[in-house]
Design a protein around this ligand. Structure first.
Ligand code: NAD
Length: 363
């Protein structure tokens, strides 16, 4: 099979879907890998390194898309890439289709087999989302701490305080992978940390992991309102796989926060957890202010630490790509339930129930 890797074109997206190590893995399995020229530059992988690994460098994106049997990407294709969609093409990437109705329509109409990293499920976990969630969670606290600085428009507090000075309060809503990693860094900074989740089993696990160094709370409107009101930094990281994110923090709750507080809505890639977040922001223009509260809603946070993110992502995607390339999409889907759970669109149909429900397709 020919595997093609185009350069990412989303704003400030410096990750790439394949490292030279991944190229070697695929070539050793008997495949051909086309990488668009300079695709790895944002992650500090040079064309020479890819060539040395055995990849063929292709001068333009059109040729990569047109010649490849399977396209591997990081972020969902943008509208300017829809023209490359065709029947039989396998697209293996993050898709987040519940928040991308136009993309879903284009995939359905053209007959692409679209396998989404984010819905691949193995042993009850989302292994291709995990490393990026780890990065985004760790970054969320780091970003929040930065925007709490006065020079950035924040209220001018230090999350860890100092001896004799109050520590900052961080509330994390959604104690999954993003939330746990956000909490780890917030604790490392010395903040007072509350994690809110709906799943009592998860709350117990968090209690086991962090002990009395954090406060856990059951997710309900009362607890969320109380915690948000008192917090300097609120991080939204609630996911219902494949579905649009629930808006758990209302406009009124945001109004109750102190001026200069910060919201980081990590779940924005699924629509966001805050009523006051109605659009994603970008790395170029990451912040807006509503009710005197700074809102950060970048949908591709890991893109700002591309080297770490690219390596973390490809560590987990390439083994699946090898299986799909070896067997073809149909056999790989039949043989591996994890790959089956990644299929979002196939043969002109939306094949992932939650996406179909959210976008109004028959399932
Ligand atoms: P996860 O499944 O590990 O965690 C989600 C958590 O939300 C679970 O613990 C679940 O119990 C909890 N939850 C569900 N309903 C809830 C509710 N009503 N109240 C409170 N908690 C609830 O998911 P994750 O890997 O941590 O990802 C979280 C979100 O972050 C996803 O939308 C993911 O796509 C997104 N994400 C965004 C970026 C970015 O750059 N913006 C990067 C990585 C991940």
């Amino acid at each position: 099979m020919i595997i093609g890797v185009p350069k990412e074109i989303k704003n400030n997206e410096n990750r790439v879907a394949m490292t030279p190590a991944g190229v070697i893995h695929l070539i050793n399995a008997g495949h051909t890998v086309y990488i668009e020229k300079d695709a790895g530059m944002g992650s500090n992988f040079t064309d020479a390194e890819y060539q040395e690994a055995g990849a063929e460098m292709i001068a333009n994106a059109a040729d990569v898309w047109e010649k490849a049997d399977m396209i591997m990407k990081v972020k969902e294709p943008l509208a300017s890439e829809y023209k490359y969609f065709r029947k039989g093409l396998i697209l293996f990437t993050y898709l987040h289709l519940a928040a991308e109705p136009e993309l879903a329509k284009a995939l359905v109409e053209t007959g692409v087999t679209a396998i989404a990293y984010e819905t691949i499920t193995a042993n009850g976990t989302l292994p291709l989302l995990t490393p990026m969630s780890e990065v985004a969670g760790r970054m969320a606290t780091q970003i929040g701490a930065q925007y709490l600085e006065k020079s950035e428009g924040g209220k001018g507090i230090l999350l860890g305080g100092i001896p004799g000075v109050k520590r900052g309060k961080v509330t994390v809503i959604g104690g999954g992978v993003v939330g746990t990693n956000a909490a780890k860094i917030a604790l490392g900074f010395g903040a007072e940390v509350t994690i809110i989740d709906l799943n009592p089993v998860r709350l117990r696990q968090l209690d086991d992991i962090f002990g009395s160094s954090i406060q856990t709370l059951m997710s309900n409107p009362y607890n969320i309102a109380e915690a948000v009101k008192e917090s300097d930094l609120v991080i939204g990281s609630v996911l219902i796989p494949g579905r649009k994110a629930p808006k758990l923090v209302t406009d009124k709750m945001v109004q109750s926060m102190q001026p200069g507080s910060v919201i980081v809505d990590v779940a924005i890639d699924q629509g966001g957890n805050f009523e006051t977040v109605d659009h994603p922001t970008t790395h170029d223009d990451p912040i807006y202010v509503k009710h005197d509260v700074l809102h950060y809603a970048v949908a591709n946070i890991p893109g700002s630490v591309p080297r770490a993110s690219t390596v973390g992502l490809t560590n987990v995607t390439v083994p699946y790509a090898v299986q799909i390339a070896l067997k073809g999409a149909v056999k790989a889907i039949q043989d591996n339930p994890a790959i089956l759970s990644g299929v979002n669109v196939m043969n002109g149909k939306v094949t992932y129930e939650a996406v179909a429900a959210d976008l109004g397709y028959d399932f």
